[in-house]
Ligand binder design. Structure first.
Ligand code: MSP
Length: 512
C-alpha cells in the first residue's frame, strides 16, 4: 500500500541579513514535524528556501557594494550552513532566483492577466520597504507603517493589480467550511475579520526597482514580492511544467508553517491566488508566535539579535533544538533568555533525561555486570510505569497533529519523570543489598524499556540524541527496536549489554 504523503513547508527567508534564533525556530519546528511524519510511515516532502527579490535586498546589496545576485549567493550559503548545523532534514531548498521558479511565476502572472484577474491601473499609496507592503493612508499610524512603525514612502506609479476583492466571499466560505485551514483559532478569527473589513485589489508589480522577476508582457515591471514568494510552494514541485510529478504527488500541502506576521499573506493572498488558478488550497496554515527578547522582537536595527551558531557552539545542537521547541507555546509568543536556556538544559536535559540514563547504566554495571536481564512477575508499581509508557506514543502523536510541540515534549517528560520516580519507589540499591535478584532484574528491565520508549519519541526533536543513547543501551545495531513501530512494551530483548558512556548533557555551570 502506498504510504500517505505529507508535504510541509517553512517560509522562504529573506537573505537581507543573517538568520537569528527566531528564524531558526520556524525551521526547527517544521523539521521536527517532518521527522515525526517520516518515522510514523509518511512519504514526506519538506521544503525550505530563500526569498531573494525585492527592493530591500537590492538596497542591502548596494550598501555592501555588491550586485544583488552576488550578495544573496553569499547569504544563502550561510542559510544552508545554519540548516546543516541544526540538523534540518529538508528535501529541497528553493531559491526564488532559480529559473525553475522564475519561469513559473512569469507564466502564472501572464495567465492571470489573460483571464482578467490581473489588470493595469495607476497606483498611489504608501509603501513600507522593510515590510514590502502598501498601506492606505487611513491605516498609517502617526504617518508610519502600522506593522513595524517605520517611515513609509509615497509612491505613485503605474502598476498591475490582482483582483483580490472578487474572491473575498469564496475565501470566507472556504474558511468556514474548513475550520482546520487556519490554526490556531485566534489567527483564523483575525484573518476572517480582516477579510470582512473589505479587501482591496492588490498591487502586484513595481517599476521603481529592477531586482525581481520581469512581467513577461511588460518588461518595465517586476512582479511584486509576495506573488513571487508564495509561488515557491508550487514551483518547487514543478507545477505548470512537464516535470510536475512532485506536484501531482504532494500537492496540496499538508502544512505551511509560518510566523504570525505573515499569516495574512498565507491565508488571504495565497489561497486567492490558488483559487484564481484553479489549484486546490493547502490543508493547513499554522501560525506560530514570536520568540521575543525582553527588549522586544529581535531585529538587526535594535541590535538585539541572537545568533544560533554561537549558541550551538556553546551548548550543542540538540540542546538548542530542544529549548526552542519546548519554550514557544503553540500559537503564542515566548521569551528568550540565556538564563532560561541554561535552566532548561540543566533541569530537563542534564537532570531529568541525562541522569536517568546514567543511573540506569550505573546500576546495570554494578548489580548485573552490565546486562539487562529478563523481567520476572510485575507488581502494580511496574504496571503503572508500563501503562504510562504504552499510552505516551498515542498521546504524543495527537499533540503533534495539533502542532503542539511543547505539549508533545511534556508528554515524553512525564514518562521520563515517572521513570525517575520509579527508581525512588523501587530502590534498586536496597533490592541488591537484600539479594532480591529477580525483582532487581525486573526494575532495571522496565527502566531500560521506558528509556527506549522515551528516546524513540525524542528522535524528531533531538536527532543527535538517539545514537548516543543506543550506544549505551546496546541497541546501536538494532533499527528494528529503535523505530516508531517498535514501541511495544517488552520488545527489548533480555541480554542486551549496557555500556556506560559520558553524560548525555553535562550540567552548565553558572560561570559560563
Ligand atoms: N520572505 C518572507 C516569507 C515568504 S514565505 C512565502 C519573510 N521572510 S523573513 O525572513 O522575514 O521571515 C521568515 C519567518 O521567520 C517568518 O515566519 C517569521 O515569522 C519568522 N521569524 C522572524 N523573526 C522571528 C522571531 N523573533 N520569532 C519567531 N519567528 C520569527 O517573512
Amino acid at each position: 500500500m502506498a504510504r500517505p504523503t505529507f508535504y510541509i513547508t517553512t517560509p522562504i527567508y529573506y537573505p537581507s541579513d543573517r538568520l537569528h534564533i527566531g528564524h531558526a525556530y520556524t525551521t526547527v519546528a517544521a523539521d521536527a514535524m517532518a521527522r515525526f511524519k517520516r518515522m510514523t510511515g509518511h512519504d514526506v516532502w519538506f521544503l525550505t528556501g530563500s526569498d531573494e527579490h525585492g527592493q530591500k535586498i537590492e538596497r542591502a546589496a548596494r550598501a555592501r557594494g555588491l550586485a544583488p545576485k552576488a550578495y544573496v549567493d553569499e547569504i544563502v550559503a550561510g542559510f544552508k550552513d545554519l540548516w546543516a548545523r541544526l540538523d534540518i532534514s529538508y528535501d529541497d531548498f528553493i531559491r526564488t532566483t532559480e529559473p525553475r521558479h522564475t519561469r513559473v511565476v512569469a507564466a502564472i502572472f501572464t495567465r492571470l492577466y489573460e483571464q482578467g484577474d490581473i489588470y493595469k491601473a495607476t497606483y498611489e499609496g504608501w509603501y513600507c520597504t522593510p515590510c514590502e507592503t502598501f498601506w492606505a493612508e487611513a491605516r498609517l499610524v502617526d504617518g508610519n507603517c502600522p506593522d513595524c512603525g517605520r517611515p513609509v514612502e509615497l509612491v505613485r506609479e503605474e502598476s498591475y493589480f490582482f483582483r483580490l476583492a472578487k474572491y473575498a466571499d469564496r475565501l470566507l466560505e472556504h474558511i468556514a467550511r474548513h475550520p482546520e485551514f487556519i490554526q490556531p483559532e485566534t489567527r483564523r478569527n483575525e484573518v476572517v475579520s480582516f477579510v470582512k473589513m473589505g479587501l482591496e485589489d492588490l498591487c502586484v508589480s513595481r517599476t521603481t526597482f529592477n531586482w525581481g522577476i520581469q512581467v513577461p508582457f511588460d518588461p518595465r515591471h517586476v512582479v511584486y514580492v509576495w506573488i513571487d514568494a508564495l509561488t515557491n510552494y508550487i514551483s518547487a514541485l514543478g507545477y505548470g511544467t512537464p516535470d510536475d510529478e512532485l506536484f501531482r504527488k504532494f500537492w496540496p500541502a499538508d502544512v505551511h508553517l509560518v510566523g504570525k506576521d505573515i499569516i495574512r499573506f498565507h491565508c488571504i493572498i495565497w489561497p486567492i491566488l490558488l483559487m484564481a488558478l484553479g489549484i486546490e488550497l493547502p490543508r493547513r496554515v499554522v501560525g506560530h508566535g514570536w520568540l521575543l527578547l525582553e527588549s522586544g522582537k529581535m531585529s538587526k536595527s535594535k541590535g538585539n539579535v541572537v545568533d544560533p551558531m554561537v549558541l550551538m557552539d556553546r551548548y550543542g545542537v540538540d540542546a538548542i533544538r530542544y529549548y526552542l521547541l519546548r519554550e514557544l507555546p503553540p500559537g503564542g509568543d515566548g521569551y528568550y533568555s540565556e538564563d532560561n536556556l541554561v535552566a532548561r538544559i540543566n533541569t530537563d536535559l542534564a537532570n531529568d533525561l541525562g541522569n536517568l540514563l546514567s543511573r540506569l547504566t550505573a546500576m546495570a554495571a554494578k548489580y548485573q555486570d552490565g546486562a539487562i536481564e529478563p523481567p520476572a512477575a510485575y507488581e502494580d508499581l511496574d504496571q503503572d510505569l508500563v501503562d504510562l509508557a504504552v499510552g505516551t506514543p498515542g498521546e504524543m502523536a495527537r499533540l503533534m497533529d495539533a502542532f503542539d510541540l511543547p505539549g508533545a515534549l511534556a508528554a515524553v517528560w512525564r514518562l521520563v519523570n515517572r521513570a525517575n520516580k520509579y527508581i525512588e519507589e523501587t530502590a534498586p540499591w536496597a533490592l541488591a543489598r537484600e539479594g532480591r535478584r529477580d525483582r532487581l532484574a525486573t526494575v532495571l528491565y522496565n527502566l531500560a524499556e521506558a528509556y527506549r520508549f522515551a528516546t524513540v519519541m525524542l528522535m524528531p526533536f533531538m536527532p543527535g540524541l538517539a545514537p548516543r543513547v543506543w550506544a549505551q543501551l546496546g541497541l546501536a545495531d538494532r533499527p528494528d527496536l529503535t523505530a516508531w513501530d517498535a514501541l511495544q512494551w517488552g520488545r527489548l530483548p533480555a541480554g542486551v549489554r549496557i555500556k556506560r558512556g559520558a553524560p548525555l548533557f553535562p550540567r552548565i555551570e553558572a560561570a559560563k
